[in-house]
Design a protein around this ligand. Sequence first.
Ligand code: ADP
Ligand code: ZN
Ligand code: ZN
Length: 752
Amino acid sequence: MDDAFRIPGPTVKMSDQAILNVAVPTPLRRTFDYLPPAGLSPAELDQLVAGVRVLVPFGQQKLVGVLLGLSKTSQLAPHQLKPAEQILDRAPCLPGPLLSLCQWAAGYYQHPVGEALATALPNLLRQGEAASFPTETVWELTTEGKGLPDGALRRAPKQAALLNALQQRSILSREDIRQLEVAPDAVRQLENKGLIRSRESTILPQASEGELHGEPPLTLNDEQSTALEQIRYQGFNTYLLEGATGSGKTEVYLQAIARVLEQGKSALVLVPEIGLTPQLVGRFEKRFKVRIAALHSGLNDRERLQAWLEARYGYARILIGTRSAVFTPIPNLGIIIIDEEHDLSFKQQDGFRYSARDLSVVRAQRAGIPLLLGSATPSLESLYNATHNRYLHLRLTQRAGAARPPEVELIDLRGQQLDEGFSPMLLQHIETELAKGNQALVFINRRGFAPVLICHDCGWIADCRNCSAKMTVHQHPPHLHCHHCDYQRPVPHSCPDCFSRDLEFLGQGTERSEATLQTRFPAVPVIRVDRDTTRRKQAMQGMLAQVHEGEPCILVGTQMLAKGHHFPDVTLVAMIDIDGALFSGDFRGPERMGQLLIQVAGRAGRASKPGRVIIQSHHCEHPNIQSLIKEGYHRYARRLLHERQVTGLPPYRFMALIRAESKRPENASDFLQHARQFAQQQFPATRHLHYLGPLPALMERKKDRYCFQLHINSSNRQHLQKVVQAICAQMENHALGRRTRWSVDVDPQDMS
Ligand code: ADP
Ligand code: ZN
Ligand code: ZN
């Protein structure tokens, strides 16, 4: 095994009062002490290693915790300590380096360590299941069976056949026996005669041995080979591989992984939730003959555990996974690759709010291995690090193969007669492309029919009763739906305020655009791709297959279409409403808008059929739109970075957000007020430390609770850490905390 696996946890020699220090999954920011379980022998105690799971009594319950270490002292008197119930593992589920990464992360994100460790484990391990591969029943010969002379069972040919097979293969599974076509009777009779016996045997995956490579790699273009040659496989370095969709980043990943495999090491590849498609995994499987495990949300708990075990015990040499895969132990890890590193899904948005991208930096640094971040639209954080020489910047500026980047065209919506949000010019363009036998993609970032139901006579608007949000109108089936709290109700026939029947649907959702386009272009299929149409398993696959047939069609969808897919026959991409994104209340709004636009645009075209992008806006002269279109993402992002520097926002400063919510607004705001006062007494505001708030959240009321925020920002990361840590310690036991739900978000990505 790898060095990383040899580092033992802090074992302490057996003593009368050896005490287990356990991280238990509770919201309390502390660990708990237990006596060893009754019946644990001194030798077993001596072999205990940090990172094994321990079943412990906790109040009325039994919880699965993780052993952090052994000590001889506790703050509790010996008679107050309870014994743990059971040690669940022999080998640690979280070997030393992973355990310490999780502990570091719990500290950095100010999250209770027990919960942080639970997040790092697959669900079944969290529930206390064995961390071992499944078993099956097999049959083997007993000593008598082995000693049986030839031809001894001549009168029972079935039994003889079974014995014969066992003499050749030594064990047979139920499936093997079924294939021999002997009746179950024969098995029982041999067992009764004491000639064979059954036992449970572990089903180990096939180890990745022998040939590493499958299909030969592509010949790299100059930029790709320059990028690949810059990557060093010894020691820690971070590389930012910036290249448009289709510029050949994945090919660079594959060839970097090939080198890592050749050194006998393994690779971890993190991708966004939406990016982990069977096509992507298929591409890896074609290229390599080694075992590949994939960890994604489509797996059930059993499958997740299996993939995790294959990675943990080195059977899989490549692990491809979404966010939480960053916590998977992998012996002899040689590289971490993060595709679409800018993607929001790498940051967990509730509970343990870690960033898998940022933790990868820590993991790679500690393991002394390269980290490769790839994106067509890098985050401002990564660009900042690249421009400050913390990351090595690798760029691919051409599309691989021969495809050209798409042209972008603006349509000014002001004063135009729109047909349900579509300008005549856009409809004309769609018609032209369809007539040429091409496909079109219409992007709209809202599902449902219309985002607003309004009374034309008095202006009443259908609001959610739980949130400060409007109800979205849906037509399949007809109802009003709050996308924030899931509250649903029927569409009223008349206005509840003035009884007018003149209710109007305002704005466009995917359902409405689908209906409009289908009416307008009855001869071609209109395929809607959003959360509502892809709920069924395999639904997405079916729709993609239809698009890939290449017949003229129109795709209408949300950002589900923006990632991971490539549509070679789409020659026109339209974004029908980007003004909402342009005026977002989140300081990251412009960054996200730029990323979305470029990502959506990148879906289209191929060498023989270049793509074209059309954007509709009421604000075509907006400097952000102009810069993005005329200068491209890279220059645009540099402008945004400059703005962030001037306004003192991340990545130039570090930020933490404390959120509080309660049914009565004053509870949440008092809580934060108190937190701020407390912090300010110890850490007065200066040029390097700012407090802002309590402020109402962008969406003030959500799920029947009022939401407030306290922003703390500092030019020094360690200083900010100290402030937030002090606040947590103070407020955890504060009376105001009981009437409020509160949470901490370090390096927040979404300010809502
Ligand atoms: P990205 O990951 O940047 O979107 P890919 O690696 O998926 O780009 O490459 C886009 C397409 O170009 C793929 O079909 C890939 O097979 C092809 N491709 C990539 N590199 C080369 C190359 N050096 N020569 C020929 N085709 C390439
Ligand atoms: Zn009305
Ligand atoms: Zn709601």
